[in-house]
Design a protein around this ligand. Sequence first.
Ligand code: ZN
Length: 298
Amino acid sequence: MSPRDPKNESRSFKSADPSASLPPHAPRAGAPIGPPPQGFGHSRKRMALEIGGVLLVLVLLVWGGIALVGGVASMVVGLMPISVDQTIGEATWNQMVPAEKRCTDPAALAYVQAVAAPLVEAYEGEHTFTFAVIDAPEVNAFALPGGFIAVHSGLLEKAESGEEVAAVLAHEIHHVTERHGLRRIAGQLGLFAAIGAVLGAVDLGSMTGIAVSLAGNAYSRDQESEADALGHALLVKANIDPAGMATFFDRLAASSPGVPAMLSTHPGSDERATLARERGGLDGAPRTLPTPDGVRCR
Ligand SMILES: [Zn+2]
C-alpha cells in the first residue's frame, strides 16, 4: 500500500534501453586490457532476452495477421514487467484521484481498507494495492493498472453490507491482477508502441493519456466475467460470504438507469447476480465484516 517512487521506476526503464547493452569501445592503444566492466555479461543476457521478446512478438504478428494487431498488442502485455502497470497506474491515479476529490473524513478510507485487508491477505501474487474513496454520489468503483482502486462514496451509501463492498473490491482487484486496463491500453497503442513498452521504452505520456480516456469506458464482456469469477473465488478464499456479490448486483439491476458506465457493463447486472448465485457460497462460518452504515465522507 505504500506509495511508489516514480523516480526509481523511470530509472529501471532507462536501464532497459537497448543502447545500454552495447559492448564497450575497444581499448585505446596501450591501455591495459582487463575484464569487461561489471554487468556486461548481465547486459548481454538482457539483450538476448529483449531480442527473444521481439522475435516472439514478430512470430505472434505473423501468426495473428495484420487484422489482429490490436489483439496481438494486448497479448504483448504478458511480456511486460509489472513495473509498467505501476508507472502508468500511478501517473493516471494522480490525475484522476487528486487529493481535492477524496473524502476528507479519514473514516471512509479506513473503512475501505478494513474491508479490503482480508482480500489483499488472501491474494497471492506480485501486485500491491492502494485504495482511495472519492467524494462522488454515483454507485461506482474503478481500478487502474498497478493496483490503484478508487471507490465512490455513493457506493458506500448504496451498499447494505460489508460483504457487498468486499464483492466490489474483489472484482476490482482482479481487473488489476489480470491486467485488463493495460491490455486495453496496449490495444489502443498499437503493436509497435507495445513492443517499445516490452523493451522498457515506455511512452508514459501517451499510455497515461489513453489510460485516462479509457477509464470511463466499460471493460469487455469477457474481462467483466473474468473479474466476477475470480473475485468470487477471492471472497471465498478470504472467508467472506460471496452472497454479497449477488445482492449488490440485484441492487444495481434495480437502479440500472442511474448506474454509470463503469459498473453498468455487459453482461447485465441481473445476469451477473444469477451467475454469482450459481457459483455457490462458503462451507463454514464466514468472517464478520463491518457495515458501511454511517461511514461519512466529510
Ligand atoms: Zn468491472
